[in-house]
Design a protein around this ligand. Structure first.
Ligand code: BTN
Length: 257
């Protein structure tokens, strides 16, 4: 993997065959002072974590990595939603460059290939106890690279797919290591351009929910049509009675047909 890493910003790269969670490990490194760009990569995770406290199945054939980002190395006024959405664009760019596949984004930061999830992103902050705010962010990315679908728990098999449906289907000249390196580079590049028009425009272009009927989950689940995404990455939806609602990332989850 290190042979493909061409960013001088990745100062420490830690590789594990198996680990509990790369996010957990990267947070420990961040607390111990790891610099911007420090990355933990694993072949499998025994305790992979997803959003909303869920487990994240991490069988062999996937790429599991977590990158430490330092706010002082990013644009001022950084808020987590900007990082998590920029990371989605970064992964999509890397996959397009290395694997020549176009990924769509499901608001807020799931990546889909032909209607099924291929990548999830979990961003976690480390509180700055002395000065307030966050001292570091950890962006964790799990991408199904060449995992056969049978390797996933039965209840999620119908919702997930891999970029390539098996190790023998990976095209010559492409590899997990090349993609992992490209993801690191793109995430670090995007982190220094947070809030740029280019990232927002690309994010909206890749959002396949726009114009679609969705279901807003939460305390009072209801149907709606996704209409737009604003500069703060809020989702604007129209309800069946014609009224509009503005949804913030993290407050609701979305289902679609
Ligand atoms: C989600 O879809 O809910 C987010 C999943 C994020 C999974 C990645 S895999 C690498 C990193 N380590 C973890 O424990 N989680 C993230």
């Amino acid at each position: 993997l290190s042979a493909y890493v061409d960013s001088p910003l990745i100062s420490l790269l830690e590789f594990h065959d198996e680990i509990g969670s790369t996010n957990q490990r990267a947070k420990t490194l961040a607390v111990d002072g790891a610099s911007h760009g420090t990355t933990v990569v694993a072949r499998t995770q025994s305790g992979g974590r997803g959003r909303r406290g869920r487990a994240f199945a991490s069988p062999e054939g996937g790429i599991y990595l977590s990158i430490v980002l330092r706010p002082e190395r990013m644009a001022p006024g950084v808020v987590p939603v900007l990082i998590t959405t920029a990371a989605a664009v970064a992964v999509a760019r890397a996959v397009e460059r290395v694997c020549h596949l176009r990924l769509d984004i499901k608001w807020v930061n799931d990546l889909f290939l032909n209607g099924r999830k291929v990548c999830g992103i979990l961003t976690e902050g480390i509180a700055d106890m002395e000065n307030g705010g966050v001292s570091a962010l950890v962006v964790g990315i799990g991408i199904n690279f060449s995992t056969p679908v049978e390797a996933y728990p039965e209840d999620i098999r119908h919702m997930v797919r891999s970029l390539f449906p098996g190790e023998d289907k990976v095209p010559a000249g492409q590899s997990r290591a090349m993609l992992a390196a490209a993801i690191m580079k793109e995430v670090i590049d995007c982190a220094s351009h947070l809030g740029d028009d280019a990232i927002w425009t690309e994010y909206r272009d890749r959002c396949f929910l726009l114009g679609k009927k969705i279901r807003v989950e939460g305390n009072s689940p209801h149907a709606a049509v996704a209409e737009d995404i604003d500069r703060d990455f809020h989702l604007h939806v129209r309800l069946p009675d014609g009224s509009r609602e503005v949804l913030a990332a993290g407050e609701v989850s979305i289902r679609f047909d």
